[in-house]
Write a protein that binds this ligand. Structure first.
Ligand SMILES: NC(=O)c1ccc[n+]([C@@H]2O[C@H](COP(=O)([O-])OP(=O)(O)OC[C@H]3O[C@@H](n4cnc5c(N)ncnc54)[C@H](O)[C@@H]3O)[C@@H](O)[C@H]2O)c1
Ligand SMILES: Nc1nc(=O)c(N)c(NC[C@H](O)[C@H](O)[C@H](O)COP(=O)(O)O)[nH]1
Length: 241
């Protein structure tokens, strides 16, 4: 335990939470210079470039699963699979699935059945909350999703991560968005944060930021800066949590 953690009681609580889990959680995102993930219209903006997308692909390749919130599925319809065929091959040679599994935090099971995360390229876990309608759950199961139910209104992330761990997921990459990232920090589940900060201003008080949710008000998770790297037209900052 480092000196920053010793000095911060919240961080001590977070650390205690995290030690119960062996899953290593890596959060990765790209923000504008003013900390936004996308525009206020929630439309994807080209914040980074090819070098950063390759870095993202590399982290995906090293992960057992890649997670997003349903807000990101609805806004971006991401595939969350590997672009680089050699990385898929290398995973197969190591006895892994060609693509990491995909995980969607989706309290009310709103993921569209034709979403790209439900194609046949990888196993997809949809984490649901207590109020998810049965017919939506049935529809998602029929579309191939593995449902991971939790018993709170929003997905109970701690309980869900425990179930993912039981399914063999040891290294979990999280690609956003801001609501999910805040909740993961709030639950003390984040081990590492990497952010590409690009050379553009998006602005807008309603544009999603790296960590949205309700926000911390008194005690704040402390991070330790581990690395700074120039990439594309920006910089990648890596912290441990
Ligand atoms: N630049 C980037 O790196 C990047 C990455 C991902 C997403 N984005 C952008 O972020 C936006 C989407 O972010 P967002 O914050 O609206 O959505 P999000 O992806 O964080 O999803 C939030 C939703 O997840 C569900 N959820 C279930 N359990 C939850 C929990 N415990 N805590 C929080 N959410 C929970 C809820 O339905 C909630 O509305 C889009 O505009 C997308 O383009 C950008
Ligand atoms: N690294 C990065 N640079 C950006 O400039 C940008 N806008 C994103 N945004 C993340 C995005 O919101 C998606 O969730 C996934 O990057 C899409 O993933 P796919 O390629 O479809 O698998 N990510």
């Amino acid at each position: 335990m480092g000196p920053v953690r010793d000095a911060n009681p919240t961080a001590r609580i977070l650390l205690a939470e995290r030690q119960r889990r062996d899953v290593h959680v890596v959060v990765n995102a790209a923000t504008s210079a003013d900390g936004k993930l996308s525009s206020r219209r929630r439309e994807q903006i080209a914040i980074s470039g090819p070098e950063d997308f390759d870095r993202v692909d590399r982290i995906r390749a090293d992960s057992d699963a890649v997670m997003v919130g349903v807000g990101t599925v609805l806004a971006d319809d991401p595939s969350l699979t590997l672009d680089d065929a050699e990385r898929r091959e290398r995973r197969t040679e190591n006895g892994w699935s060609p693509n990491p599994a995909r995980v969607v935090a989706d309290s009310r099971a709103r993921t569209p059945t034709d979403a790209r995360v439900l194609d046949d390229e990888a196993t997809t876990y949809v984490l649901t909350g207590a109020d998810a309608p049965d017919e939506r759950i049935d529809a998602l199961r029929a579309a191939g999703a593995e449902i991971v139910p939790t018993s709170s209104e929003r997905v109970d992330l701690d309980a869900a991560v425990e179930q993912l761990e039981a399914a063999g997921i040891d290294r979990l990459m999280v690609e956003g968005g801001g609501e999910l990232i805040f909740s993961l920090f709030s639950a003390g589940l984040v081990d590492e944060l990497s952010v590409f900060v690009g050379s553009t201003i998006i602005g807008g008080r309603d544009a999603p930021t790296l960590a949205d949710g309700e926000g911390f008000v008194e005690e704040f998770p402390a991070l330790a800066l581990e690395d700074v790297e120039r990439l594309d037209d920006g910089v990648v900052l890596t912290w441990s949590a």
